[in-house]
Design a protein around this ligand. Structure first.
Ligand SMILES: [Zn+2]
Length: 304
């Protein structure tokens, strides 16, 4: 059965899962839609590493570390709203062929003679060793294999949030079978593959720059310029496991969303702050500083 969130537009399929709210925006406006095949079928899937208790423990620890500043309503919010979602993503791979030019510096040492003037005014010739750099222009080609660029294909979860969940252990990818995802919410591929390819290609080309800086020979280099062409591009639709904690902890506030990498347990999200807690902490810190200053002044006062 296919459902669509009336609030954020996420398209979800539930295989044996009951839910009344959208995992992404905590909206109750989830409408049943006829099954419409819009996106591709996933080719590979990464499995969840743990169950809901596993994810709740990580979420609890993450919120616990922020308990001094977090809105207390968040701690009271029901962790039952934690949902496991198979998130659609594209795995991009390509060969990057890069032509580069640079000015490569080689260090060499030289002995130079200089005149030293002593305190009594006499002059003397002395020698010292100095390191100099000689630059020469080079040009070359670098071939790189890009195999690990992932980009979110979900309208529910933006690419920035997705990037903060990375890395995923891609060595554990398995060929997709419906049985692997039964019992979980599966989100449909809702981003345009061409747009995803553009984003992936951009990330891949950026990564070439880092590789190149390490690759260029010599002791140092300057004026590195390069041009990359990508060949043999492929874009595989895959599903990755994420836990989404979407909750309206206060009726007057925007919903909070905390996301957990279902494979590694890495947590990302913005915790809503409690202003009175932050103010109290700041006042307490100021009081400690004032106490120390007073103490120092007091002990420095000369004895009568
Ligand atoms: Zn939604």
């Amino acid at each position: 059965m296919r459902y669509e969130c009336g609030q954020c537009g996420a398209a979800l399929t539930f295989a044996g899962v009951r839910t009344e709210t959208c995992p992404y925006c905590a909206s109750g406006n989830v409408l049943q839609r006829p099954a419409a095949s819009v996106g591709p079928d996933p080719a590979f899937v990464l499995a969840f590493a743990g169950d809901a208790a596993w994810a709740r423990a990580r979420l609890g620890r993450w919120i616990g570390r922020r308990v001094l500043i977090a809105d207390p309503a968040l701690a009271r919010a029901s962790v039952e709203e934690l949902r496991g979602v198979y998130l659609p993503a594209y795995l991009y791979s390509a060969v990057a062929r890069t032509d580069y030019t640079a000015s490569v510096g080689e260090h060499y040492t030289e002995t130079e003679t200089y005149t030293k003037t002593a305190e009594d005014g006499t002059k003397r010739e002395e020698t010292r060793t100095v390191t100099r750099t000689e630059y020469r222009p080079i040009a070359g080609e670098h071939l790189g294999y890009i195999t690990d660029v992932l980009v979110s294909a979900s309208v529910g979860l933006d690419h920035g949030t997705f990037s903060r969940l990375e890395p995923f252990e891609l060595g554990l990818l398995r060929r997709y079978r419906p049985a692997l995802v039964s019992g979980w919410i599966q989100e449909e591929f809702s981003r345009d593959p061409d747009a995803c390819r553009q984003v992936s290609r951009g990330e891949a080309v950026d990564a070439v720059g880092d590789k190149l800086r390490a690759f260029v020979p010599g002791d140092s280099h300057a004026d590195l310029a390069w041009q990359t062409r990508v060949e043999w591009e492929s874009l595989d639709p895959i599903l990755v496991p994420v836990w989404v904690f979407g909750v309206r902890y206060r009726p007057d506030k925007a919903p909070v969303r905390i996301v957990i990498n279902g494979q590694t347990g890495k947590v990302t999200g913005k915790v809503p702050l409690s202003w009175w807690k932050v103010t109290l902490l700041a006042l307490a810190a100021a009081a400690v500083v004032a106490a120390i200053v007073l103490l120092v002044l007091h002990t420095q006062r000369p004895a009568p």
